[in-house]
Design a protein around this ligand. Structure first.
Ligand SMILES: O=C(O)CCC(=O)C(=O)O
Ligand SMILES: [Fe+2]
Length: 303
């Protein structure tokens, strides 16, 4: 007879995040545990598993617990031999140090993102994750009523040249690959979470313009709303150790990779889980403006 391991799910932030203790992710995850982890992800939005010892295959298997996987990225090439794994190891200026929700420029952005650390700098390189439902709940009623009616265009082709001091050949080459196909998608500014039913501010770094407003008005309004997302109360900051696995619900979070470790090495592997088409507070669903989702982003079956 095997004895089921006792697992402990402990909150680690006031509003977002829990650590899962007592799980070895290298072992198969049974349906009962999978259901518990899926529920915990919806409740806490970020799950942290420390001290794991996963290889790529085990990482893929674990990510598959949450559903079918996406390709590594619509435009950025995958790790050799692993179509669903993206290596995260950009140099200075080519790091994700802008608040964003992953891949919101497509019509069905990932449901969840899983990150596993392979190389960690001795200091710096933390990942910050924000709860966009808490942000929505923080809005004064007048702003909530306004946000509920708004739609925004998300694109992979904007905001470039914000940091011209980092316009190195590497950054330039990465940008060319990133925008090798341009995507533009309209999403509701307030998204209803398909599992919890909670509304959240669905904006982030790929949100470019608010439909019906000028570029300047869009920027001002998005900045106003975004300030609620990044309030320290609504965030969790993860200090990486090698072997950590972090999963976040990409339907109701944003994240930010602190670019504060110079040229020290750091490497994560990312695997994302396929998501659905967002539904807004007004009942409308997201739609493609430009870019063919199907060609680049076909989910593959779960393992
Ligand atoms: O480097 C990190 O901590 C996160 C990078 C990121 O935003 C991503 O892989 O989606
Ligand atoms: Fe990201």
């Amino acid at each position: 007879m095997t004895i089921a391991p006792t697992i402990d799910i402990r909150r680690i932030g006031g509003r977002i995040g829990a650590e899962v203790i007592g799980v070895d992710l290298a072992r198969p995850i049974d349906t009962e545990l999978a259901a518990r982890l899926t529920g915990a992800l919806v409740e806490h939005k970020v799950l942290v598993f420390r001290g794991q010892d996963l290889d790529d295959e085990a990482h893929l298997r674990f990510a598959g617990t949450f559903g079918p996987l996406t390709a590594a990225h619509p435009t950025v090439p995958a790790v050799d031999g692993h179509a669903n794994i993206l290596a995260v190891q950009g140099g200075e200026g080519a790091r994700a140090n802008a608040w964003h929700t992953d891949v919101t420029f497509v019509v069905a952005p990932p449901k969840a993102t899983t990150l596993r650390s392979l190389v960690v700098p001795p200091y710096g390189g933390d990942t910050l994750i924000a709860d966009t439902a808490a942000a929505y709940a923080d809005l004064p009623e007048h702003l909530r009523l306004l946000a509920d009616r708004l739609w925004a265009v998300h694109t992979n082709d904007h905001d470039y040249a914000e940091h011209p001091q980092f316009r190195t050949d590497e950054v330039e080459a990465y940008h060319q690959v990133f925008v090798s196909q341009r995507y533009r998608t309209a999403h509701p500014v307030v998204r209803i979470h398909p599992e919890s039913g909670a509304p959240n501010l669905f904006i982030g770094g790929f949100a470019d313009t608010v439909i019906g407003l000028s570029r300047t008005e869009s920027k001002d309004l998005l900045r106003l709303l975004q300030a609620y997302v990044t309030r320290p109360e609504n965030t969790l900051r993860h200090r990486w150790a090698v072997g950590d696995v972090v999963v976040f619900d990409n339907r109701t979070t944003q994240h930010y990779a602190a670019d504060d470790y110079g040229d020290l090495p750091r490497k994560l592997h990312r695997v994302t889980v396929a998501g659905d088409v967002p539904v807004g507070a007004d009942g409308g669903t997201s739609y493609v403006i430009e870019g063919d989702d199907a060609g680049h982003y076909t989910p593959r079956a779960a393992r």
